[in-house]
Structures are given as structure tokens and as C-alpha cells.
Design a protein around this ligand. Structure first.
Ligand SMILES: [Zn+2]
Length: 341
């Protein structure tokens, strides 16, 4: 435990240091309670909070703040004083989960960076409740089932599709943010979110060679390589299955076969099936195929079915493309994290 915190021995010099600290360190207004009974210092910020609240939610804090450890503690403002090696923002976000009613509800709409800090803190300090609450929220915005993926990625395509920029990916997230969430989810053993996160991060990584060595992409070379390799394989699978309908393999029809080939010449469709940048998948067939000029009902239906099948296939293998275990294993892990104890 020694590396996690320090409670200095009380001595004249320590009291002096603390006096000085009280002058220089910044108090976190939102997390400074006059009736608090422990003061925490993290990265130059002071928090005056309640031992009982922390101890109730975290086995590690319970130990750090236990009576024997604080028997002869450093004292500041008549409170025992504990220094944590963590980032001040991480500590602040983590504490807000317990102190600000409904705080996690703010985090649902998009993926804020603070989520990573809260997850890291809850992992490090053994706060299973906090981890469960955050994962439950993330589970709404990060698809782990095919129907969720169709809905989520389809919605983005229809309503808020943002073309990739120098630092943002296809879905409008900053690449550095997604990269951080990927690293945190791996570190905190929440692997069920990784396939969709890699999928969301992926398309841009293959466009620009500068991202190969991790420069300016805000993501590590290892992550970039996993994305590139995974995306190459998933697009290959998708195209192989979906193209079958265009070249008349699944529904040969003397009237439509030449029209199907013409339809492939539509520039948007050509991009989807032959070129980079890669296109978002898991969309309804009509959102993916831009032009079906006068095909007979049977051919149009067969084509939609093939594309939906290609989507399902890619979703089924999504974890494997990115070097992860299959969905059943990942979903069992997720269920275990979400299980009330
Ligand atoms: Zn036909």
C-alpha cells in the first residue's frame, strides 16, 4: 500500500510543510466540506471529504483510511491528511460520482474523457460499485449486440455523421479520446467494449501513413496496427459476401444482372465496395447502397438480404478481427461486471 499514499509522521517540519501546502495548494470548492473528516491531496488540489463515504465504496480506501494507519497522521485543519499519487482531475471526477447527485447521468450522451479517469480510479481503488455504474452508462453508447450496433451506428449516419478530420474519426469522436477509452477499457478488463471502440477508431487509421508510428494520432502504434489489420479483414469479409448479390451469384436474373453491375458504378457504391476510405457498416442496406435502379422486387430483396448478412457476419467476427475472444466470452465478462453484488 505504501506506493498508493503517504501519511507523513507528524513532526515540526511536516506541520510546517502542511502550513505551506495550505497556502499553495488549491482547494476544490465543490469537494471541500467544512464537516469533512479527512483531507486528500492529489496533484496540487485539496479535497476535504468524509472517511465513511470513501471507505463504504472502496476496499482500498477503507484500508488507507483505517484507524491504525491514521493513528498518528499528519494533521491539516484538524483533519488527518492523505496524499494520493493520482491526477487531480481523476480524483475529482471519481469523488463527484459519490458526492454530486446524478453526476453519471451527465456522462451518457457522449464519451467524455472523465469516464477514463473514473474507471482508472475505481479499478485502482477497488470500487466495484463505481465501476459497475460507469460501465452501465457506457453500455448504452457502446454497442455490444448487433441490433444495438445497427441502431447506434445507423443513427450516427443519419443524424450526426461527421466526416473524419485530421484528429477525429468517422463518428466524430476525437481519435485521442477513443484511444484513451480503448487503453482504459483494456487496463480495467472491460473487453466487451473493445470491438466497437476499435471499429469506431478504425477507418481513419488506414488512410494516413503518419498514423503508423503513432504520430499525431493520439493513439499508440500497437492500437493503430490492431485497427488497420482488423479493418482490412472485416472489409474484405463484408465485400466478399455483399458483392455476391451484385454479380448475380445469389439471385441470377436475366432482366437485372446488367443493372446490378451499373449500380456498382455509382461513385458512392464504388467507394463502399472497392476503395478506401472505408465506409461505416451496420447500416440498413438502403443507407449503404445508394442506387438500385429499377431492379425487380426479387433482386432488390435478395440484395438487401445479402448486405444484411454481410453486416451480421462482420458483427459476429468483430472481436476476432481485433484480436479479442469471441462475443460469448466478452459478454459473459460484461455480465459479471454488471452483476449486483
Ligand atoms: Zn431481377
Amino acid at each position: 500500500m505504501g506506493v498508493l499514499f503517504s501519511t507523513a509522521n507528524p513532526s515540526a517540519s511536516v506541520s510546517q510543510d502542511l502550513d505551506q501546502l495550505e497556502e499553495t495548494a488549491k482547494k476544490c470548492d465543490q469537494l471541500w466540506f467544512d464537516d469533512g473528516n479527512v483531507i486528500i491531496l492529489a496533484g496540487g488540489t485539496l479535497f476535504r471529504i468524509h472517511r465513511g463515504i470513501l471507505a463504504a465504496h472502496s476496499a482500498v480506501f477503507q484500508d488507507i483510511l483505517s484507524a491504525p494507519r491514521l493513528e498518528e497522521p499528519a494533521i491539516m485543519d484538524d483533519c488527518p491528511f492523505v496524499q494520493l499519487p493520482d491526477d487531480a482531475r481523476d480524483v475529482e471526477e471519481f469523488l463527484k460520482v459519490y458526492y454530486v447527485p446524478g453526476y453519471l447521468d451527465f456522462l451518457t450522451a457522449r464519451l467524455p474523457l472523465s469516464v477514463c479517469g473514473i474507471l482508472r480510479m475505481s479499478q485502482k481503488y477497488g470500487s466495484l460499485t463505481c465501476r459497475r455504474l460507469v460501465v452501465r452508462k457506457l453500455n448504452v453508447s457502446i454497442p455490444t449486440t448487433f441490433s444495438q450496433a445497427s441502431m447506434t451506428f445507423g443513427l450516427w449516419q443519419d443524424l450526426s455523421y461527421i466526416p473524419p478530420g485530421p484528429s477525429s474519426c468517422t463518428f466524430g469522436y476525437e481519435r485521442s479520446l477513443l484511444s484513451c477509452v480503448i487503453a482504459t477499457a483494456s487496463q480495467c478488463h472491460i473487453r466487451a467494449f473493445l470491438p466497437s471502440l476499435f471499429y469506431m477508431l478504425g477507418p481513419l487509421e488506414v488512410q494516413s501513413s503518419e498514423t503508423l508510428d503513432g504520430q499525431d494520432s493520439g493513439c499508440t502504434a500497437a492500437t493503430a496496427h490492431i485497427c488497420m489489420a482488423g479493418w482490412a479483414r472485416l472489409m474484405q469479409d463484408f465485400r466478399e459476401i455483399a458483392l455476391a448479390s451484385f454479380i448475380g451469384n445469389t439471385s441470377p436474373c436475366s432482366r437485372c444482372d446488367s443493372r446490378k453491375l451499373l449500380c456498382l458504378r455509382n461513385p458512392k457504391n464504388r467507394k463502399t465496395f472497392f476503395g478506401a476510405p472505408f465506409q461505416p457498416l451496420f447500416l440498413k442496406p438502403h443507407a449503404l447502397i445508394r442506387e438500385l435502379p429499377g431492379l425487380c422486387d426479387r433482386c432488390a430483396a435478395a440484395m438487401e438480404k445479402d448486405i444484411e448478412q454481410a453486416n451480421e457476419h462482420v458483427w459476429h467476427d468483430l472481436p476476432v478481427y481485433f484480436g479479442l475472444p469471441r462475443w460469448d466470452i466478452l459478454l459473459a465478462e460484461l455480465a459479471e461486471i454488471l452483476r449486483e453484488t
